[in-house]
Design a protein around this ligand. Structure first.
Ligand code: GCW
Length: 707
C-alpha cells in the first residue's frame, strides 16, 4: 500500500474537507472550554434581533414559581444576554407553561403530552408569533428551555424549533468512579470534582455548573462514588455531605445514588457478619436507608459491585446475587432502587471470562425484587474498543436491565486525541439480540448509565473533544434513535462553530475517530491487548500475570500458526449464550461480522480474507490505516486553524500529535510482536518498524494516571 504524503493529504481532505473559501464566522477569542456546549456564542446582529423576543428573563410563565421553573427562566435569560447581547425584549414572545395551566392563558392543549413520561416537553409556535414551551412537570419546562437554547445555538434561529420530546429511558445516569480522597479510578481529567473534605459547609460553585451541564442533556441521576466503594461513605458525616449535594442538584432534576460496599455492616456497623439473610444485617441496612431518606427524601438508591475483583458480596456467605440485592432492595422499599452490577467474574473459575456474567445471572432471571436493576456492560468483557454486545441483553426477560457504558476512555486512548464514542454506543444500542429486540429496546424501559469522564481539569474532561462524549451519552440516553452524526453536528455547532464547512469537517473527524483507534490498537475483533494495571499503551506480549484472564495472551491466543479466541463449539462455546440465529451466523468465519472475526475465531495467519489478502496482510493493512488516519486527522485540524479560537485549537492540536505518536507505537509494537511469533515478513509497501520488539517491551509507565 502506498504511504506517501499525497495519500495522507487526500485522506485529510476526505476526513475534514473544510473548503478553501470558508471564512471564520465571528471574531474568535481564546476559550478554555469550561463553558462546555453551554458557552452560548454570540449570534450575528440580524439573528440576534430575530431571536431577541424569545430569549430573556421576561418570559411569560404559566406555572407556579418553583426553583426548577426559576432555573428555566434564568437559562433563557442567560441565553438572551449571551447570544443576542441585546436588552431583553419589552414584548417577550416566549411562554413557559405547565400543561394544566395552558388554558388559563388561552392557549390550546398539546395532546402529545397526555400520558407522556416525566421530563417530556413540547415546543410549539402558536398564534401571534409566540413560542410555547409546555410540559407536565417543572423539569420538563427546564428541559424544554435547554432544548430551545440548544436549537438557537446550533442553528442561529428559533425557526423550526418546534418539537415534542419525551425521554426514551427513565434513568439517565452517570457513575463516578471517584474516591473520597479525590483520586478518580480510570479518570484522566484530573482529580475528582467532589470536594468531600469541605462538604457540607462549603459547596463548590462548580457543583452547580456540573448539575446544569447534566440537566442540559437530560442526565437525571448521579452515583457520586466509585463502585470499588469505601464503607465510610455510608457514615452519618457523609450523609450530611451528600445531602448538601442533593439539595443543590434537586432543582436540576438530579437524584443522588451511592455506591454501597456490601460488607458495610461489618466495616462500619459493628456487626460480625454481612450475610444478607442475617436479620441484624437486614435491620442495619434498613436503619441506614431510613437515616439517608430522613436527610434526602428523594435519594435514588444504592449501586453495588459485589463479588467481583475482590469486592465483598453475598457469595462470601454462600448466598446468591439475587439474595444480596433483594435484601438491600427491601431496606430501600419503594423509596429507591438497587442497581446491581453484572460485571462479575471469579478468580477460581477458568471458563472463558466473557461467559461468566451470563452463567451467573441468567439462571437468576425472575428472582430479583421489582426495585432491583441489573446493570450490564455493553460487551461481555470490559469496555474494549470493540466488543460484540453482551449476551445478557435479551436473556433476562423477567429482570430490569440497564446498559452500562464507559464514557471515560480507559481502553480507548485515555484522554488523548479524538475518539468520539457515540458510534460505539450506537453499535450496541442497535444490535439485534435475536431475543425480542435491539439492545436499545430492551434497556429503554429502564435506563442507561455511563462511567463519567469528568474531573477537576478546567475543561472538565481532559481534552475538549471528550466533552462530546459526555454530551453524546446524555443525548443518547434521552433518545437512542439520534444518529452519531446528528449529535456530533449539534455538539460541534454549540462547542466550536456553526459555520457549515468547518462544522461538517469536525463532524467527519469525529465520526471516523473510534474506528481509527480500533484499527491501530486491535483490528478484526482483537481485544484486551493493553499494558498491565494502568492499561496505557500496548502489551500483547504480557502473559505472566497471576490470573490467566488478566493477560493479553489469554485473549489473542496467538502463536506461530494463528491468532484469535475460538468461542465456537470447538472452543469455549461462548456463542451458545447468544440467540440461536446469531450463534449460527457467527459460528462460521465466513458469515461472522468481520469486525468481530478474531473475537470468535482462531484462524491461521494465512487465512484468506474477503479482500483477497491473508489474515496477516489484512492486519498489517488495518494497523497501517489506523496510523494514516490519525495523521490525516491531525492535518485536517491544522486546516481548521482560522475557524477555531487559538487556545482550544492549540490544545486539540497537541492532543492529536500525542495520538499520532501513540498510534504509531501501537502499530509498531503490535506488529513487531506478532512477527516474533510467526516470522512472516511485512507485506511489500508496509512502513518498516523502527525499533526492536525488546525496546517496545521495555517501555514502562508506572506513573500513568487513573490506576
Ligand atoms: O474496567 C475495569 C476497570 C476497573 C473497574 C472495573 C469495574 C471500578 O479496570 O478499574 O473498577 O472494570 O467496572 O468494576
Amino acid at each position: 500500500m502506498m504511504r506517501g504524503t499525497g495519500l495522507v493529504n487526500r485522506l485529510a481532505m476526505l476526513i475534514v474537507a473544510v473548503g478553501a473559501a470558508m471564512v471564520p464566522f465571528a471574531s474568535l477569542h481564546a476559550e478554555d472550554g469550561y463553558d462546555l456546549w453551554l458557552r452560548q456564542a454570540p449570534l450575528s446582529a440580524a439573528e440576534a434581533q430575530a431571536a431577541r423576543p424569545y430569549l430573556g428573563r421576561g418570559v411569560q410563565v404559566l406555572a407556579a414559581m418553583s426553583p426548577t421553573v426559576q432555573l428555566a427562566v434564568d437559562e433563557l435569560g442567560q441565553a438572551g444576554a449571551g447570544m443576542t447581547g441585546l436588552e431583553p425584549s419589552t414584548h417577550p414572545a416566549l411562554v413557559l407553561a405547565r400543561a394544566d395551566r395552558l388554558e388559563s392563558g388561552g392557549y390550546p392543549k398539546d395532546p402529545r403530552l397526555a400520558g407522556a413520561p416525566p421530563g417530556s416537553y413540547s415546543i410549539r409556535a402558536v398564534h401571534s408569533g409566540r413560542i410555547l414551551i409546555t410540559a407536565n412537570d417543572d423539569l420538563g419546562l427546564l428541559y424544554g428551555a435547554f432544548a430551545l437554547v440548544r436549537h438557537v445555538g446550533a442553528t442561529g434561529t428559533v425557526a423550526d424549533a418546534e418539537a415534542f420530546s419525551a425521554p426514551a429511558m427513565p434513568l439517565r445516569m452517570l457513575n463516578h468512579w471517584d474516591n473520597p480522597d479525590g483520586h478518580v479510578e480510570r479518570g484522566y481529567a484530573g482529580r475528582s470534582i467532589f470536594d468531600w473534605w469541605h462538604l457540607p459547609e462549603k459547596l463548590d460553585p462548580r457543583m452547580i455548573d456540573y448539575a446544569r451541564a447534566n440537566a442540559s442533556v437530560g442526565i437525571n441521576a448521579v452515583v457520586v462514588n466509585n463502585v470499588n466503594a469505601r464503607a465510610f461513605m455510608l457514615e452519618s458525616r457523609y450523609i450530611a455531605k451528600l445531602k448538601r449535594l442533593a439539595d443543590a442538584w434537586r432543582p436540576y432534576g438530579i437524584r443522588v445514588f451511592l455506591s454501597a460496599r456490601f460488607s458495610a455492616p461489618k466495616d462500619i456497623g459493628g456487626l460480625a457478619t454481612a450475610d444478607p439473610i442475617d436479620a441484624a444485617v437486614a435491620a442495619w441496612w434498613r436503619a441506614k436507608a431510613d437515616e439517608i431518606y430522613a436527610a434526602i427524601p428523594d435519594f435514588g438508591g444504592f449501586l453495588v459491585k459485589a463479588n467481583s475483583e475482590g469486592q465483598p458480596g453475598p457469595q462470601d456467605y454462600g448466598r446468591t446475587h439475587a439474595e444480596g440485592a433483594n435484601m438491600l432492595a427491601a431496606a430501600l422499599g419503594d423509596r429507591g432502587t438497587v442497581v446491581w452490577r453484572a460485571f462479575v467474574y471469579r478468580a477460581e473459575d477458568d471458563t472463558d471470562r466473557t461467559m461468566q456474567a451470563y452463567a451467573e445471572f441468567q439462571p437468576l432471571d425472575g428472582q430479583f425484587a421489582s426495585n432491583v436493576i441489573l446493570q450490564v456492560k455493553n460487551g461481555p468483557l470490559d469496555f474494549q474498543p470493540r466488543e460484540p454486545f453482551h449476551p445478557l441483553f435479551g436473556a433476562l426477560p423477567r429482570t430490569k436491565v440497564m446498559l452500562e457504558a464507559q464514557i471515560t476512555r480507559e481502553y480507548l486512548g485515555q484522554a488523548t486525541g479524538i475518539v468520539y464514542l457515540a458510534p460505539l454506543w450506537k453499535e450496541v444500542l442497535e444490535a439485534d439480540t435475536g431475543r425480542g429486540g435491539t439492545v436499545a429496546q430492551i434497556v429503554s424501559p429502564v435506563g442507561m448509565t455511563g462511567v463519567a469522564n469528568i474531573g477537576a481539569d478546567r475543561n472538565w474532561t481532559g481534552t475538549h473533544f471528550d466533552q462530546a462524549n459526555w454530551y453524546a451519552f446524555g443525548r443518547l440516553a434521552w433518545d437512542p434513535t439520534l444518529t452519531s452524526e446528528q449529535i456530533a453536528r449539534e455538539w460541534t455547532a454549540l462547542t466550536f462553530t456553526r459555520a457549515p464547512g468547518p462544522r461538517d469537517g469536525i463532524v467527519r473527524m469525529m465520526l471516523t475517530s473510534r474506528e481509527t483507534l480500533v484499527k491501530y490498537t486491535g483490528p478484526l475483533g482483537l481485544a484486551h491487548l493493553m499494558a498491565t494495571g494502568h492499561h496505557y499503551g500496548p502489551g500483547p506480549w504480557v502473559c505472566d500475570l497471576e490470573r490467566a484472564d488478566w493477560n493479553p495472551c489469554y485473549y489473542h491466543r496467538a502463536d506461530r500458526r494463528g491468532i484469535g479466541f475460538d468461542r465456537t463449539a470447538t472452543g469455549s462455546d461462548a456463542l451458545a449464550q447468544y440467540a440461536p440465529s446469531i450463534a449460527a451466523r457467527w459460528s462460521d468465519p465466513a458469515t461472522t461480522d468481520p469486525r468481530h472475526l478474531l473475537w470468535f475465531h482462531h484462524l491461521p495467519w494465512d487465512h484468506r480474507m474477503a479482500s483477497g489478502r491473508t489474515l496477516w496482510e489484512e492486519l498489517v493493512n488495518a494497523y497501517g490505516w489506523g496510523v494514516l488516519e490519525a495523521q490525516a486527522r491531525q492535518q485536517g485540524w491544522t486546516s481548521l486553524t482560522p475557524h477555531i479560537d487559538p487556545e482550544r485549537h492549540a490544545a486539540v492540536a497537541a492532543d492529536l500529535a500525542i495520538q499520532l505518536t501513540e498510534a504509531r507505537w501501537w502499530r509498531d509494537a503490535s506488529l513487531s510482536f506478532w512477527q516474533s511469533l510467526h516470522g512472516l515478513p511485512l507485506p511489500v509497501g508496509a512502513a518498516p518498524i523502527p525499533e526492536r520488539l525488546e525496546a517496545y517491551k521495555a517501555r514502562t509507565f508506572p506513573e500513568a494516571p487513573g490506576q
